[in-house]
Design a protein around this ligand. Structure first.
Ligand code: C2E
Ligand code: MG
Ligand code: MG
Ligand code: MG
Length: 279
């Protein structure tokens, strides 16, 4: 009886595993055609200056609307794209699309684009950024590339050089998801980030009163202030979280409490000069 049950469970498990693998294989195939089928779009989520409530920046977030499955999260399809080297194609498309959009915004508003390690490791990456900037006419100082801790934790010389080259043309960098993994301050001064984004988990625990989390945020803020970096709090879902992060010295907020990612940016003042009007 027990043996049969065990076998049954095992068979069910095998079936489930096979189902999941077939699922993933199908998703992989579908992703290859997603761009040409116009299923990939860009959403934009604003980041606000805590003092003035002005929009400092919009972060571009990739969206995939699958014909059968509906919206697939980038957390699910970016890893698949990375395994297939589709990430280069998708990333290049997003960069060009988002730069062309951002050029219509007021010049004070920046564009943040997430970049994965594989994208950086492509030797064409620098040329891709330059192309996206020149094709759109977006000023390089308005482009911020978001890199996660995992990328910069052990930065190889080659990547360090690439980042230096991009900095030299005016592109800046943000450290994304700070506190989600390594929580080490050691590498922060190796790289001149313009911004550090505190991970939502950390925002939650700090706001909930964790002395440990608060101490880390305080240390990051103090370091960031002396290095002229902005500290942003990500994933703010409630007013008390914003208050807590403001009290700890964060000067930039992003999260559903303020604005969700959306397909189009809120209307910008018509009389503001954009790069395109200037050019
Ligand atoms: P991320 O860069 O840390 O982006 C923040 C994520 O948190 C986004 O999820 C955003 O929609 C979500 N978010 C923002 N505010 C809130 C909030 O108040 N509450 C909650 N629960 N979530 C909030 P999304 O768009 O699903 O993206 C997930 C991750 O996928 C991103 O994390 C980023 O690492 C990656 N990603 C997105 N677009 C791209 C892309 O174009 N290229 C690359 N390489 N990665 C991307
Ligand atoms: Mg990001
Ligand atoms: Mg993040
Ligand atoms: Mg993330």
């Amino acid at each position: 009886e027990a043996k049969n049950q065990g076998r049954g469970t095992y068979a069910t498990y095998r079936k489930e595993m096979r189902g999941r693998l077939e699922d993933r294989a199908q998703l992989e195939t579908d992703l290859q055609f997603a761009l040409q089928r116009d299923e990939i779009t860009v959403f934009y989520q604003p980041m606000f200056d805590a003092a003035s409530s002005q929009i400092l920046c919009y972060e571009a977030l990739m969206r995939w609307t699958h014909p059968d499955r509906g919206s697939v999260s980038p957390s699910d399809f970016i890893p698949i794209a990375e395994e297939n080297l589709l990430i280069d194609e998708l990333g290049e498309w997003l960069l060009k699309e988002a730069c062309a959009e951002a050029v219509k915004w007021p010049q004070t508003v920046k564009l943040a684009v997430n970049v994965s390690k594989l994208q950086l490791m492509n030797h064409r990456f620098f040329a891709t950024v330059v192309e996206a900037l020149s094709a759109s006419g977006l000023a390089p100082h308005r482009l911020v590339l978001e890199l996660t801790e995992a990328i910069v934790f052990e930065l190889e010389d080659e990547l360090q050089q690439l980042i230096q080259n991009l900095s030299d043309i005016g592109v800046s960098f943000a450290l994304d998801d700070f506190g989600s993994g390594y929580s080490s301050l050691n590498y922060i001064d190796k790289m001149r980030f313009s911004m550090i984004k505190i991970d939502p988990e950390f925002v939650r625990s700090s706001a909930a009163g964790s002395l440990n989390s608060q101490a880390v945020v305080t240390a990051v803020v103090s370091m960031a202030n002396s290095l002229d970096m902005v500290v942003a709090a990500e994933g703010i879902e409630a007013g008390d979280q914003a208050d807590a992060m403001r009290a700890l010295g964060c000067t930039c907020f992003q999260g559903y409490h303020f604005a969700k990612p959306s397909a189009s940016v809120s209307p910008m003042p018509a009389n503001t000069t954009s790069d395109r009007q200037v050019a």
